[in-house]
Design a protein around this ligand. Structure first.
Ligand code: IMP
Ligand code: MG
Length: 179
């Protein structure tokens, strides 16, 4: 599929299924090495991270516990800056090594808010894996330890990412065609 139309906007092919597959495999191997002997809990950030989390977990060569939280800040194609936590965390994080799994870090406000709530739960460490990073926009307020692809400031959909609810099931990543 070269391009797709979602609501009123057209998106063009950007990162292929094969490229994603290869990169997720590399990240899974690296994360697998880094967390091998520790008590790890991975936390996917819904909605967008559900596809990446599913593939990343299966790329880690041993059993990993996985939970999810639900955060929301985006309306249309822009971050509102107001982040709300819609579903919280049930698990205790005390002394555990946490891996946050995100679809994309854009302004960073979603994860900044989430990390504030994690800090009170006394995890042994917190690391972040994000499939995509918009480093031109991100203020580097915290390290993103595992990055799939660093991309320019384009709005993208697919592989879990949506435009107003559509596009999450696309197997590859598409970027918006402006104008
Ligand atoms: P941030 O809080 O600005 O870092 O934005 C993070 C959240 O906004 C991500 O977890 C996504 O759910 C959403 N988001 C940011 N950029 C995009 C995009 O290009 N396409 C779709 N969703 C995005
Ligand atoms: Mg997200």
């Amino acid at each position: 599929m070269e391009s797709v139309k979602l609501h009123d906007k057209v998106f063009e092919s950007y990162i292929s299924e094969a490229q994603i597959d290869q990169r997720v495999g590399e990240l899974g191997a690296q994360i697998g090495d880094d967390f091998r002997d520790v008590d790890m809990l991975s936390i996917g950030v819904l909605n967008g991270a559900f596809v990446f989390a599913a593939d990343l977990l299966r790329a880690i060569p041993y059993e990993v516990e996985c939970s999810f939280v639900k955060m929301s800040s985006y309306v249309d194609t822009h971050s509102t800056g107001v982040v709300s936590e819609l579903i919280g965390l049930g698990e205790s994080l005390e002394g555990r090594h946490v891996l946050i799994i995100e679809d994309i870090v854009d302004t960073g406000s979603t994860l900044r808010k989430f990390m504030e709530t994690l800090r009170g739960k006394n995890p042994a460490s917190v690391r972040i894996a994000s499939l995509l990073l918009k480093s031109e926009v991100f203020d580097n307020a915290f390290p993103v330890d595992y990055v799939g692809f660093d991309i320019p400031n384009h709005f993208v959909v697919g592989y879990g990412l949506d435009y107003n609810g559509l596009g999450r099931g696309l197997r590859s990543i598409y970027r918006i065609v402006e104008g």
